[in-house]
Design a protein around this ligand. Sequence first.
Ligand code: SF4
Ligand code: SF4
Ligand code: FES
Length: 560
Amino acid sequence: MPTIKIDGREIPFESGDTIIRAAHRAGIDIPHYCWHPGLSVAANCRMCLVEVLPPPGRPAMSLDILRWDAAKQDYVPAAKPKLQPACQMACASGMEVLSDNSDHVSEARSAVQELLLLNHPVDCPICDQAGECRLQDYWLEHQRKGKRMRQEPVHKPKAVTFGPTIVYDAERCIVCTRCIRVCNELARDPVLSVRERGNLGEITVSPGRELDHNYTLMTEHVCPVGALTSRDFRFKARVWFLRSARTVCQGCATGCNAYLDYDPRNNTPYRHRPRENMAVNTYWMCDEGMLSYRHAVEGRLLTALVGNDDASLDDALAAAKEQLAGHGDDPSKVAIVLSAQHSNEDNFALYHLATTYLGATDFFVSGKPLGEGDDILISEDKNPNTRGAVQIAAATPPRPVAELLQGIASGHYAYVVALGSDLEVDAGEAQRAFSRLKGVVTIAAHEGPLAKAARVALPACSWAEAEGTYVNGKGLAQRSERALLPHGDARPAWELIGRLGRALGYETGWKTLAELRRAMPPGAALGGAAGAAAPAAALGAAPAVADGARVEPKKTEATA
Ligand code: SF4
Ligand code: SF4
Ligand code: FES
């Protein structure tokens, strides 16, 4: 593989690579604002300037300049090398680049920073980007001095509503055009453009339009400064108080990799951010997925219910035992509903209890009904683990819930034990059907038609409160970390299923997540790096990620 040298370090590059892309892949950070690995090159911020040494025997390209001579108190003629934007300059074999080891580059980066901050309002203390703003970070790394301009800065519109999700502050904008390129290239909706030039430049929405496509929060997310802010997140939290867990979005079968940012002091989630995974979502998430962090705590079933009345967990388990009394007389009368909304671990726990102890042979899968998809990221299947649930029960292929209702109507079933709260069939019809049964027990994280139809409902952890493995629509198994402590009386669904089994008199053999995972088929509980994608069919046992592994939140990491 051909190589280039950056500050004396030899790194490989691929055909067509720019200097910054090769550096980025090798873990070398070249400062940048307008470049983003998922977008086309604009090369308009000039923060990535580097010095490219001339080939051996060739003179360096230089520019004549005037430099201030403090002794003479005058400008004197001087020369400096012509610097190159690393985001635009293609790699060539044997090329030598100076990034951190060049005084000319340091001077240029400092000058670019000073220029960008000339008209920038120094409102960092009230800016929502504080703590993760490239202007702050790069000022400290590359400038570290006050601006020399004494005139009144140029003032521009502030807090302009761009659409239902985004607010724009033109004074903070450095016109890097990342937001325009996300609209054009990711969302394929060219709704933003630049108006005016120089220090009058600002971003504007097309006349008669709003910024309202399905990827508006990505448009905000890529803004390297505080010019675009999310109406959902602004003024709600300071990022230095937040922690991040590596999760898998639950919004649809795509299974985008995400960071769930939460405040451990109040056990509250504040936002979802995309986490790079080139095999799944590259750098992006859709709006629905980014806002779906709310479901970690909203609409939850927080206490056990017996006949729709709150109950303690022990009382509910005793009631579940009563509900299911007689299930052993004829196991063919027991129907099991797995959930496309729950993890492999939860589904396996129920499948294991059903096949090993209850003697059930009839399995169904429930979940959210199909919705709209697109050819960018969004899947029509609005469940994160349809494939995982189906694979868990592959030996007894699970059927749609509509067939369960038919089975109940024909008197075939007398008992249902179900996971999840969502149903893709009419809720009223399901409720009427379930009311004919002798026993209905549900283990659910959220309120919903299935939880409502149950006589006994046990409160399960939401995905954000329990570690789990999910298999996306393409068959990639991915692990999601726990972020929050369980709310209310919630416990992991697999744990509640174990307790239900013990209440019925069975020793399920697993009391901890590790024990459960050891009982699972090889690979169904994904180990290794959280969120690492692996084909579900080829899952191999791998070391588990330590519980509680955390990364610091940082919206403006190299790829954001
Ligand atoms: S709003 Fe943000 S992303 Fe868009 S041009 Fe301005 S600084 Fe760049
Ligand atoms: S495409 Fe699906 S998985 Fe990805 S962010 Fe959107 S809802 Fe979540
Ligand atoms: S990152 Fe290269 S010019 Fe902006």
